[in-house]
Ligand binder design. Structure first.
Ligand SMILES: *[C@@H]1O[C@H](CO)[C@@H](O)[C@H](O)[C@H]1NC(C)=O
Ligand SMILES: *[C@@H]1O[C@H](CO)[C@@H](O)[C@H](O)[C@H]1NC(C)=O
Ligand SMILES: *[C@@H]1O[C@H](CO)[C@@H](O)[C@H](O)[C@H]1NC(C)=O
Ligand SMILES: *[C@@H]1O[C@H](CO)[C@@H](O)[C@H](O)[C@H]1NC(C)=O
Ligand SMILES: *[C@@H]1O[C@H](CO)[C@@H](O)[C@H](O)[C@H]1NC(C)=O
Ligand SMILES: *[C@@H]1O[C@H](CO)[C@@H](O)[C@H](O)[C@H]1NC(C)=O
Ligand SMILES: *[C@@H]1O[C@H](CO)[C@@H](O)[C@H](O)[C@H]1NC(C)=O
Ligand SMILES: *[C@@H]1O[C@H](CO)[C@@H](O)[C@H](O)[C@H]1NC(C)=O
Length: 556
């Protein structure tokens, strides 16, 4: 007995030192003060495939004391849809308010919806609005039409809302304009978030104008895309404590010219700069990137382009994440490029090293930076494509004619009336459905890199938990941790999707005669093959030269 106890005293400081060391290297996760996960109508406690624990809203203190509601099981389960929180729902025939007592400050509000029949109700009659505080986040919303129109297996909507005093109210109201309309929700998540998206000190410019756009406590944001460019999906529990989900970028890339992916050199020291919290984005986002490729002649002849379908009539906050991760690029004017948003110049002469040098660290590669832009999507048809394009900045005469991007976050900004709601998408064309089902197959078969998962998963908190777990329970605990990391990397892993994300929705399939088909969400299917491959004759670039850069990506 004594010997064991002695060992404890030796072990404790060792573990503490190890934990501290790892935390210093990997950075701190954000620790949310409020963390509420309600599995509406579900069992007392349940765990989702990402390992997060949800509680029922049956008789919960958050539910309405007066409002009427019922609960139900989904009549059917798509194999791709997780049991928790999607297989049970709470149904409202009249307005119903959840009141969440929370600390004042910024909150993520996430709403989970699965299109199925509940309690014999017809899902096409589910049509409703949702408000959060004074903001309208959904209006005349049809889960069925949204799922069909964008080919989603399920829908996760994420909002950032500032709560001034004590309570976050979320109200579901069946549409009054449709007979038999009802409302429902499968899951509700409320998580504190740090103030990382407002911009009172350095406001972004509106692209195409020189006007500053202020995002403050009175603005509500809806995240519509969160993309780990050149990398893999990152599940909520592998985010930096805020449970954001990040998707890979392949489904958004335009055309056949999709550049090359880069992974940071291990010898480049990775360091968040002073003033940038390490939870701004997972390290994994910064360790992978997409660039145009090593051949300047090719890079000069195309734009590295991503296309994001957005609701018209709103302004969007576009946050771009960058990090030069190679030893080759460590000085100013080595890789300089222009950034276009909505076909307008958002940034002339972007130089990631120059941005990083502002922090006066001993090195400027391996330093993550981000830049914010606001772009307005003019009114018109309900949805439109937002183009994000990069091109080498030739005027700078930089060493390499190339461009780089590590991550993208796109937020819809509430309008002057506090509205974030768009309109339901039109139904998909039949051809789209065929393309998408093919694409989905390929996305499920995609293999994932293990290093990414390890870097993302071994955040300080996880390590701390693991070590405490090991310490307290011995080796039996080890097995569970192994399982945790494997569930998150597998293709069946938990991938909550924001409105415009879906597993395999926008996958590029190069097969068919080297044609690349982009099965897009906007209701049109595009076959791109001729465009970027055949139009470069002026520079003597043969299609095969272009294709070899695309298909045989090699770092420099
Ligand atoms: C929640 O309530 C419904 C009925 O309203 C019931 O069927 C279900 O079993 C309850 N769940 C729990 C965990 O009590
Ligand atoms: C926003 O809210 C925070 C506290 O929640 C407060 O400290 C800050 O002053 C507010 N900013 C504005 C512009 O109102
Ligand atoms: C549900 O409603 C739609 C539209 O009103 C109708 O076409 C469909 O047949 C209904 N489904 C069932 C099962 O009643
Ligand atoms: C939230 O709802 C409760 C009850 O409906 C109400 O008393 C309270 O004033 C509301 N709070 C806010 C901030 O809207
Ligand atoms: C790029 O084009 C120039 C002029 O056409 C040629 O001299 C050079 O070899 C080309 N470089 C590569 C890498 O193809
Ligand atoms: C890149 O995009 C910009 C903005 O839309 C456009 O002006 C330019 O012509 C494009 N360049 C190429 C090579 O496609
Ligand atoms: C941007 O340019 C592309 C390609 O030229 C075009 O298809 C698209 O409609 C343009 N978008 C806008 C908003 O002008
Ligand atoms: C609600 O949306 C449907 C399409 O989803 C549309 O036909 C209808 O006109 C809309 N109703 C209102 C009141 O906006």
């Amino acid at each position: 007995m004594m010997r064991n106890k002695d060992r404890y005293f030796v072990c404790v400081p060792m573990f503490v030192c190890l934990v501290l060391a790892i935390e210093l290297v990997l950075g701190q996760d954000f620790k949310p003060t409020d963390k509420i996960l309600l599995n509406c109508g579900g069992p007392a406690v349940s765990t989702d495939p990402d390992g997060r624990e949800w509680t029922t809203d049956n008789g919960s203190k958050f539910g309405s004391k007066t409002g009427k509601s019922t609960t139900s099981q989904a009549a059917t389960q798509d194999p791709a849809v997780p049991q928790v929180p999607f297989m049970t729902a709470r149904i409202f025939q009249s307005p119903y308010t959840y009141s969440f007592p929370v600390a004042s400050g910024w909150k993520f509000l996430r709403l989970y919806f699965y299109s199925a029949s509940y309690s014999g109700l017809n899902i096409s009659d589910a049509r409703f609005g949702v408000t959060a505080q004074s903001y309208t986040v959904l209006r005349n919303f049809s889960v069925l039409e949204t799922s069909l129109g964008l080919n989603y297996e399920y829908i996760v909507k994420e909002y950032s809302i500032h709560v001034d005093e004590g309570t976050l109210n979320v109200t579901f109201t069946p549409s009054t304009s449709a007979s038999k309309a009802y409302a429902f929700v499968n899951g509700i998540e409320v998580v504190s978030m740090p103030d990382i998206y407002t911009s009172t000190d350095a406001s972004p410019l509106t692209v195409g104008t020189n006007t500053v756009f202020t995002i403050d406590n009175t603005t509500a944001l809806e995240n519509v895309y969160r993309v780990n460019v050149g990398g893999n999906d990152i599940s909520p529990s592998h985010d930096t404590g805020m449970f954001r989900s990040w998707t890979d970028d392949v489904r958004y890339i335009f055309g056949a010219a999709f550049g090359v992916t880069e992974t940071a050199d291990p010898e480049v020291k990775f360091e968040y700069p002073p003033g940038t919290p390490s939870y701004i984005a997972p390290k994994d986002v910064y360790l992978t990137a997409r660039s145009m490729g090593p051949n300047a002649n090719i890079s000069l002849n195309f734009n590295l382009t991503w296309i994001f379908s957005v609701d018209s009539g709103f302004s969007y906050l576009v946050r771009l994440h960058f990090c030069e991760g190679t030893t080759t690029i460590s000085k100013i004017n080595q890789r300089v490029f222009d950034i276009y948003l909505g076909n307008q110049t958002a940034q002339d002469g972007a130089d990631v090293i120059a941005w990083a040098e502002n922090f006066n660290l001993p090195h400027s590669n391996g330093v993550p930076v981000h830049q914010d832009y606001v772009v307005y999507a003019p009114s018109g048809s309900p949805q439109q494509d937002l183009w994000l394009a990069l091109h080498p900045d030739t005027a700078s005469k930089s060493n390499y004619y190339d461009a780089i991007l590590n991550g993208v976050e796109i937020f819809k900004i509430s309008d002057s009336k506090g509205n974030l709601a768009g309109t339901n998408p039109p139904p998909l064309l039949v051809q789209d459905l065929i393309d998408v089902s093919l694409a989905r197959k390929s996305s499920h078969g995609k293999s994932k890199s293990h290093t990414g998962i390890i870097a993302g998963g071994v955040g300080g908190g996880v390590v701390l938990l693991l070590l405490i777990g090991l310490f307290a329970f011995g080796t039996s605990r080890r097995r569970r941790n192994g399982k945790d990391s494997s569930t998150s990397e597998g293709p069946s892993g938990w991938l909550p999707l924001s409105l415009y994300d879906s597993k395999g929705k926008k996958e590029l399939d190069a097969g068919y005669d080297g044609n690349v088909t982009d099965s897009k969400s906007s209701g049109m299917s595009m076959s791109i093959g001729g465009r970027s491959l055949a139009s470069e004759d002026s520079d003597g670039l043969t299609p095969s030269a272009v294709f070899s850069q695309i298909m045989n990506p090699k770092g420099r």
